[in-house]
Design a protein around this ligand. Structure first.
Ligand SMILES: Nc1ncnc2c1ncn2[C@@H]1O[C@H](COP(=O)(O)OP(=O)(O)OP(=O)(O)O)[C@@H](O)[C@H]1O
Length: 267
């Protein structure tokens, strides 16, 4: 086992006008286990940012904290700031459901509702009071087009979402998240349960979504991070160790542990 200097950091900062979300000194505890130990990262608008690092380093915990999903887990404490448009969304005063409308999330396993394709997309919109059928039809079409699924399902919107393939289900989940018109999409290993062809399609979808959304994605797949992201953060044991442009992380990172991790020689 190599020894590394874990006090070393290389964390880039960005011009505030380009930043859509950032965390200041974010800590997350599960009971006594401090899973995130003071992370300061900025996320740029209309870019894809990948979070990488070995299993258990806190990537998913950090991602989930960005739209307060950790609130759903008992015995969790989150301190520090999550700044979105001048508002600290980690404040107890913030309406969590409103925050999640703006910062949507797609999980590792496709989890469509046991409803029709159409209803999967309109369900939350209706709950938020949208009743206009014409408008709902329009949102269904736009969201499915953006998720690159429209052509395959436009003639079967009444079909059960569960009859779709895994890759199609995941793109439906992306369409469902997009339908709420978020600004930020959080993706937690969205392709890890998919075959290579479906993975390729989900990756193409993610790249095409950049024009309209800012995306933060957790991935175990180094090639995937290199293919689709503009920025990459390397996490280890609850710390963000290195954060830079993806091209730099994968070709000339400043920290030895990052270099070893991305080249498969870590540990
Ligand atoms: N729901 C939970 N309850 C208690 N502890 C948790 C929970 N989720 C994660 N942890 C702990 O927090 C730490 C970070 O886990 P996390 O899942 O965020 O890491 P990760 O980097 O995403 O891992 P992986 O790549 O394996 O998904 C680990 O010690 C883990 O055991």
């Amino acid at each position: 086992m190599k020894t590394y200097n874990w006090d070393e950091r290389n964390i880039i900062t960005m011009d505030q006008k380009d930043v859509i979300l950032h965390t200041n000194d974010l800590h997350v505890w599960y009971g006594d286990n401090e899973a995130i130990k003071g992370v300061d990262l900025q996320f740029q608008k209309n870019k894809v940012t990948a979070l990488i690092g070995p299993s258990g380093c806190g990537k998913s915990t950090y991602l989930r904290s960005l739209n307060r999903m950790n609130d759903e887990i008992a015995n969790t404490k989150v301190t520090g700031e999550i700044m979105y448009k001048g508002v600290n969304i980690n404040s107890p005063k913030v309406d969590v459901f409103e925050a999640r409308k703006r910062i949507g999330m797609v999980f590792q396993r496709p989890n469509p509702f046991s409803k029709s394709i159409y209803e999967n997309i309109t369900f939350a919109l209706k709950r938020h009071g949208e009743k206009d059928k014409h408008k709902l039809d329009e949102i269904v079409e736009t969201s499915l087009k953006q998720a690159a699924l429209w052509d395959q399902v436009k003639d079967s919107l009444d079909k059960s979402a569960l009859a779709l393939s895994g890759g199609q289900q995941q793109r439906l989940c992306i369409a469902r998240a997009i339908a709420m018109k978020p600004e930020i999409l959080l993706l937690d290993e969205p392709a890890s349960a998919l075959d290579p062809i479906s993975t390729g399609k989900v990756e193409e979808t993610i790249i095409s979504l950049k024009d309209d959304y800012s995306i933060v994605i957790v991935t175990h797949n180094m090639q995937q991070a290199a293919r689709i992201s503009d920025y990459t953060a390397f996490f280890y044991l609850g710390h963000a160790i290195e954060y830079d442009e993806t091209s730099k992380i994968f070709t000339r990172p400043k920290i030895q542990a990052t270099e070893d991790y991305v080249s498969g020689h870590f540990g």
